[in-house]
Design a protein around this ligand. Sequence first.
Ligand SMILES: [Zn+2]
Length: 76
Amino acid sequence: MKLMCSWCLSEGRVAYLGERGSLSDTRVSHVICEGHLVQLRAEVQIANTMYPPRQENQPSPSRKSKGFEISMSPLH
Ligand SMILES: [Zn+2]
């Protein structure tokens, strides 16, 4: 299975990150590369600084999960 960074793909960059599982499995698995993960986390932090989550009556759902997590990655 080929691992491709979907962010790199959308930017027209080399998105190939390696293989996982059987080499005869030609399906493509979309993940995020380390560079884009860092970039994405930075963007989320900036967004949180500009628009801090409201902490009035409702408990913020983002407090449970620690920070931002990529849920689309099938690597785990
Ligand atoms: Zn990437």
